[in-house]
Write a protein that binds this ligand. Structure first.
Ligand SMILES: Nc1ncnc2c1ncn2[C@@H]1O[C@H](COP(=O)(O)OP(=O)(O)OP(=O)(O)O)[C@@H](O)[C@H]1O
Ligand SMILES: [Mg+2]
Length: 243
C-alpha cells in the first residue's frame, strides 16, 4: 500500500485552478523532491496532503484514510504527517525543550518525564542535544530550523513534508539543515520536500516531481528526471535555477 496517494486532485482558489488533476503516489521510504517555478502549486500540494487546505475534486489518501473526507480525524492525521515551513514558527517565550514537548504532552498525553527524554532523543537526531534548555532567540536560524524539525519528529510521524525549509537561511546555514534531512533520509524517514537545492534533489531524493501550472508535468527517478528532462518546460526551469 502506498503511504500517500493523490488521485486526480483539483484545488481552486476562487476562479484560479492551482492544482489541476494531480495524481501521485508516495511509497514508504521515498524521498520526493518537488520542484517548479513560483506559483506552480508546490506549497498548495503539501498543504492539501496535510489537510490544511480543502480540495474541490479528486481524493487524497494517507494509507487507507481519505484525507479529504469530512469524517476524517484531522488531529490524528496530523500526528502522522509532520510539516515544516520556511518560517520555523517556534514559540519565542518557550525553551527548546518546551517547544518540542508541548504537542506530545498536550495532544498525545505523554507524561512530562517521558516527553523530556523524547526531546533529548529528537534533538540528538538534529545534532542539538546541548541546546535543550536554550530559547529560540539564542539560536542561529539554522539551529532554529533544526529545532523545528526535531519538534515535528517528536510526534513520530510516518511522513514529513518540508516546504522550502532552507530558503530563508543565510547561505552558510543551509548545509547544516540539509545534512539533517540527509540523515533522516538514511534512517528511512519518508519525506516530500519542496526545494530549490538541485544538488540535494539529485543526490538525496530518489524521486523528483516537477510541477508546472498546477500539474505534475514530469516525475520519475531523481537523477534521470533532472539529467534528461523530457519536456521543454523542465529543461527551461532547470536552466533558470542555480545548481
Ligand atoms: N490562500 C490563497 N488564496 C488565493 N490564492 C492562493 C492562496 N494560496 C496560494 N494561492 C495561489 O495559488 C498558486 C499556487 O501557489 P503556491 O503557493 O502553491 O505556489 P508555489 O509553487 O509554492 O510557489 P513558490 O515557489 O513561490 O512558493 C499561486 O498562483 C498563488 O497565488
Ligand atoms: Mg511555495
Amino acid at each position: 500500500m502506498s503511504l500517500v496517494r493523490l488521485e486526480g486532485v483539483t484545488k481552486r482558489f476562487g476562479q484560479l485552478t492551482v492544482l489541476d488533476q494531480v495524481s501521485l503516489a508516495i511509497e514508504p521510504g521515498d524521498i520526493v523532491a518537488v520542484i517548479g517555478r513560483s506559483g506552480s502549486g508546490k506549497s498548495t500540494m503539501l498543504r492539501c496532503i496535510n489537510a490544511l487546505e480543502p480540495i474541490q475534486g479528486g481524493r487524497i489518501l494517507f494509507e487507507d484514510t481519505v484525507v479529504n473526507d469530512p469524517a476524517t480525524d484531522l488531529r490524528k492525521l496530523r500526528q502522522q504527517v509532520g510539516i515544516v515551513f520556511q518560517s520555523f514558527n517556534l514559540f519565542p517565550h518557550l525553551s527548546v525543550a518546551r517547544n518540542i514537548t508541548l504537542a506530545p504532552t498536550v495532544v498525545k498525553g505523554i507524561p512530562a518525564a517521558e516527553a523530556r527524554r523524547l526531546a533529548e532523543e529528537v534533538l540528538a537526531r538534529v545534532g542539538l542535544a546541548e541546546k535543550i534548555d536554550a530559547y529560540p532567540d539564542q539560536l542561529s536560524g539554522g539551529q532554529q530550523q533544526r529545532v523545528a524539525i526535531a519538534r515535528s519528529l517528536a510526534m513520530q510521524p510516518k511522513l514529513m513534508l518540508f516546504d522550502e525549509i532552507t530558503s530563508a537561511l543565510d547561505p552558510e546555514l543551509i548545509g547544516e539543515v540539509l545534512k539533517v534531512l540527509e540523515s533522516l533520509a538514511r534512517q528511512g524517514m519518508t519525506m516530500m520536500l519542496v526545494t530549490h537545492e538541485m544538488g540535494f534533489a539529485r543526490n538525496v531524493a530518489n524521486r523528483v516531481v516537477f510541477m508546472h501550472q498546477g500539474k505534475v508535468w514530469e516525475h520519475g527517478p531523481a537523477r534521470e528526471t533532472l539529467g534528461r528532462p523530457r519536456t521543454p518546460e523542465l529543461e527551461s526551469f532547470l536552466g533558470s535555477v542555480l545548481h
